[in-house]
Design a binder for this molecule. Structure first.
Ligand code: F0G
Length: 464
């Protein structure tokens, strides 16, 4: 299912003022650098990449207003005016009372995990995210997946595949007791499920259940604006509400959020922890000094905070979100029309190729998504990212790989960066790899780092 935008054609609500040249390489060249990179797209030099769809994180194009704001950076160690601008906008658009800036999302995850999680605690979440779960585990907690089953099925057309399964949450509460659950972490949208949204109705129900048991709700609001866009398109009663209003309602069902500003907020660096509870805020404000910097800069330059404050104002505009998601739907429709297996419905920030169906002859232990990402680079110079067994890592108790149901390759679109012609070239490259898929063989892992192995693991082709 691809959401039908009301046609007439639309176009981006901006024009291009500055350009960055791209390098086109030969297959021979790419074949050599791929070996040097251990068949891991994270280890490629960006200079060797043609269209970079590795991530939408920190790769966005800033506006003239944001660049102008950079010149207004107040680089005072304490009390920068840009902090107060950011604080005012977080209150205005997200609705939380207190702000602790951090260098990026995982800085906020570290703080909230350290403050709220005690060894032996359980943290339910609607599917894991790599850094979020690792911080929970490092704080002595255990992540428990409480997302609805449909999220693990790439072919399910459920409109809100990010929803929390209330029965799973209730079962966990019954099993371990509410006092062992400091909070539920609800991601809006769910990255690892394919950028899938959570409905407002579900958020209300989660809030109600958590209220009953005295459990906090902490959002991962990294792509909450994209979530708001899907609510507008798919949830009854929200058709005519501005995205900004929906965002505020989403946040109103939570006690706070962790945020990577590098996505929704159109910047290259930055994040924050936002809270309503004064006591937790005081602790976070104290702890941020240890890990990030003083509580009015949290590891950011004043200019970065200004760019994020201004990016927020641009990101909440309905026409921006329509173009943002519209571009991804465009690629999704193209790939569907040529029969490429992708996660449906098409999500917020990326197209996810279903590597299990794309390469059914490659076993999961031979890293089909890693293989497919490497092949796409070899074919076209387009860089994508594995989101399957390599990203899932190992169970720290048993040492075994996690074998996630979803074995995906993510084609992630930076905001305001690529044109429709780049989208066409991307779809054509995927089509080419798809038509040669029978010849593709899997990989073996030859180096495995201890933490977040997908970033630095190295691979070699299996003998054919
Ligand atoms: N939460 C979600 C849902 C994310 O997607 C990310 C980052 C983070 C938290 C952590 O934020 O990178 O600023 O520390 N996702 C990037 C990605 C890395 O490519 O999806 P961060």
């Amino acid at each position: 299912m691809v959401d039908k935008l009301k046609k007439r054609s639309w176009a981006e609500p901006f024009k291009i003022k500055v350009v960055e040249p791209l390098k086109i390489t030969t297959r021979e060249y790419r074949s050599r650098v791929l070996v040097e990179a251990g068949y891991n797209t994270f280890l490629l030099r960006s200079d060797d990449v043609y269209i970079d769809l590795l991530t939408d994180s920190g790769t966005n194009a800033m506006s003239d207003s944001q660049w102008a704001g950079m010149m207004l950076g107040d680089e005072a160690y304490a009390g920068s005016k840009n902090f107060y601008n950011l604080e005012a906008n977080v209150r205005r658009y997200y609705g939380y009372k207190y702000l602790v800036p951090t260098h990026q999302g995982r800085g906020a995850e570290n703080l909230i995990s350290k403050i709220l999680i005690k060894p032996g605690n359980y943290i339910p979440g609607n599917m894991y995210f790599t850094t979020t779960r690792l911080h929970q585990e490092l704080a002595g907690g255990k992540f428990v997946d409480v997302i609805i089953d449909e999220a693990h099925d790439p072919e399910s057309l459920h409109p809100f595949k990010g929803n929390v399964d209330l029965q799973k949450l209730e079962d966990l509460i019954d099993r371990v007791g509410a006092d062992k659950i400091p909070y539920i972490s609800v991601a809006v949208t769910v990255n690892m499920a394919g950028g899938q949204p959570v409905s407002i109705e579900n958020l209300k129900q989660v809030r109600e259940l958590c209220n009953k048991h005295g459990i906090r709700v902490i959002l991962d609001a990294t792509r909450a604006l994209e979530n708001a866009h899907f609510v507008k398109l798919r949830e009854k009663g929200y058709e005519n509400k501005p995205i900004a209003e929906i965002l505020k309602e989403i946040c109103s069902y939570s006690d706070g959020c962790t945020m990577s500003g590098k996505k929704d907020l159109l910047v290259n660096i930055g994040g924050f922890l936002a809270l309503n509870d004064q006591e937790i805020f005081e602790e976070a404000r104290n702890l941020v000094v240890v890990y990030e910097g003083l509580h009015t800069y949290g590891g950011l330059a004043g200019r970065d905070m200004e760019a994020m404050a201004r990016g927020m104002e641009e990101a909440v505009q309905d026409d921006h979100m329509r173009a943002r998601i519209g571009q991804i739907e465009y690629v999704g429709e193209k790939l569907l029309s040529i029969g490429v297996p992708i996660v449906l419905p098409v999500g917020g920030h990326a197209i996810f190729l279903d590597a299990k169906r794309f390469l059914p002859h490659v076993k999961q232990s031979e890293f089909p998504a890693q293989t497919l990402a490497a092949e796409l680079y070899l074919e076209s110079g387009i860089r994508s990212m594995e989101r399957g067994i390599v990203s899932a890592g190992r169970n720290k108790d048993t040492g075994d790989h996690y074998y996630p149901k979803l074995e995906l390759v993510r084609l992630t679109f930076p905001r305001r960066v690529y044109t429709q012609a780049h989208c066409d070239v991307t779809a054509e490259a995927v089509e080419e790899v798809f038509s040669n898929r029978q010849k593709i063989r899997g990989l073996k892992m030859v180096y495995e780092p201890k933490y977040l192995r997908f970033f630095q693991a190295r691979f070699e082709p299996l003998a054919s």
